[in-house]
Design a protein around this ligand. Structure first.
Ligand SMILES: [Ca+2]
Ligand SMILES: [Ca+2]
Length: 217
């Protein structure tokens, strides 16, 4: 019994050691970030209304990144193109496009040794990583671009994964008992009733939202 308590305390102390870091505020808008691309690819990002989006330096989850606020579409120009190309965008799983994870597919032929794709993924979900594959005759499919999508924090979405569920309620309870201290945006969205404290009342609201008894707004 004594041993169980000691192990429990050790776990709690270990958890606290990892969680006492203040988080910088994440962006207020949704958008694309962490873009990597091959050298022969030029990308222009657009919002829903086809306005060009410029990159802004920002922090997401305490990491510096270039952020394209409100970007949902992109134009890809691939130079050195000689053949017909097929482009596929896959959510999450690098290496295995399947019917379930493909969010965009298109095919085009080059013009002046360039191919241009105007890409509009069917869905973009917060916290997910996307891979853009290009394939052509005699050349196997390769990743030419990868990016992540960020969604601004909803009230109750304490861990910022875009979903409000029991995990978030648990984070509120951990904060309440001092195991995992919430700060910044996480605290703000965790305090669902806005009374300045994150406690079991907030955890309960999140659970009620999850089961459909209450809608957090
Ligand atoms: Ca969440
Ligand atoms: Ca509260």
């Amino acid at each position: 019994m004594k041993r169980t308590i000691c192990v429990g305390l050790a776990i709690i102390m270990l958890l606290s050691a990892f969680s006492i870091t203040a988080l910088a505020d994440n962006p207020e808008q949704d958008g694309i970030y962490d873009v990597t691309k091959s050298n022969n690819v030029t990308i222009t990002f657009y919002d829903e209304n086809n306005n060009v989006i410029k990159a802004a330096n920002t922090q997401i989850d305490d990491k510096n990144t270039e952020f394209y606020a409100d970007a949902v579409k992109m134009e890809l120009e691939i130079s050195g193109a000689t053949d017909q190309y097929e482009l596929i965008i896959v959510q999450s799983e690098e290496g295995a496009p399947t019917a379930d994870n493909i969010v965009y597919i298109d095919q085009t032929s080059p013009k002046d040794e360039k191919v241009t794709f105007m890409v509009y993924p069917s869905k973009l979900e917060g916290g997910e990583e996307y891979f853009i594959y290009l394939a052509t005759n005699g050349k196997s499919r390769e990743v030419i671009v990868s990016f992540k999508y960020y969604t601004a924090r909803l009230k109750g979405d304490v861990n910022g994964d875009g979903i409000i569920n029991p995990e978030d309620a648990l984070s509120c309870l951990k904060h309440y008992v001092g195991i995992e201290i919430l700060s910044g945006k996480s605290f703000k969205v965790g305090d669902t009733n806005g009374d300045g404290v994150v406690d079991p009342v907030d955890a309960l609201s999140i659970l009620k939202h999850y089961v459909g008894l209450e809608v957090l707004k």
